[in-house]
Design a protein around this ligand. Structure first.
Ligand code: 8DG
Ligand code: MG
Length: 150
């Protein structure tokens, strides 16, 4: 028997790579989608569309430099999980990494707001829809109540 597949979704599948940069205190960098882009004003992890011929890791090295002026070390990109999310006009597949080592200082180049967020705070931010489960998974792996220890 043929398995039942939903016929509703007709849009393209879009591959995007995202990365949670984690600083020495265990805080995560989140960026706010700028005006003019879809989901403007919502928070996300830095990254972008995977170009033809690129690996997700190469995408992240390119995007993090373009968007934030930092260079993650390729070997430090650790796969965390992936998102599979149906938006109205496309289906997002997004391999998501964590990275604790990079060269340079975070300098947003596209006018986007950035924030170093504690685990308990990222889950409370207005996130792009696909990132809600990612933020929960990430928060579960980060130290809790760290701010009260220093
Ligand atoms: N970068 C990023 N994109 C995400 C996340 N979650 C999520 O649903 N997206 C969606 C938003 C966009 O519709 C899509 C592509 O992301 P993007 O706008 O960063 O792509 P890009 O940097 O290549 O930007 P552009 O050149 O197309 O303007 O992925 C996330 O955590 N990070
Ligand atoms: Mg981007």
């Amino acid at each position: 028997m043929t398995p039942q597949v939903s016929k509703k979704f007709k849009g393209p599948v879009v591959w995007v790579a995202a990365c949670a940069l984690i600083d020495a205190d265990g805080r995560v960098l989140v960026t706010q989608r700028p005006k003019g882009k879809d989901h403007a004003g919502l928070w996300e992890f830095p990254g972008g569309k995977i170009e033809p011929g690129e690996s997700p890791e190469q995408t992240l090295v390119r995007e993090l430099y373009e968007e934030l002026s930092v260079e993650p070390c390729l070997d430090c990109l650790e796969p965390l999980t992936f998102a599979s999310h149906a938006y109205l006009d496309f289906h997002l597949i997004m391999p998501t990494y964590v990275c604790r080592q990079w060269d340079g200082f975070v300098r947003p180049t596209e006018g986007q707001a950035t924030k170093w967020a504690w685990a308990e705070d990222i889950v409370r931010l207005p996130l792009v829809p696909a990132d809600v489960p990612l933020a929960q998974q990430l928060a579960a792996r980060l130290p809790k109540g760290r701010r009260f220890l220093t």
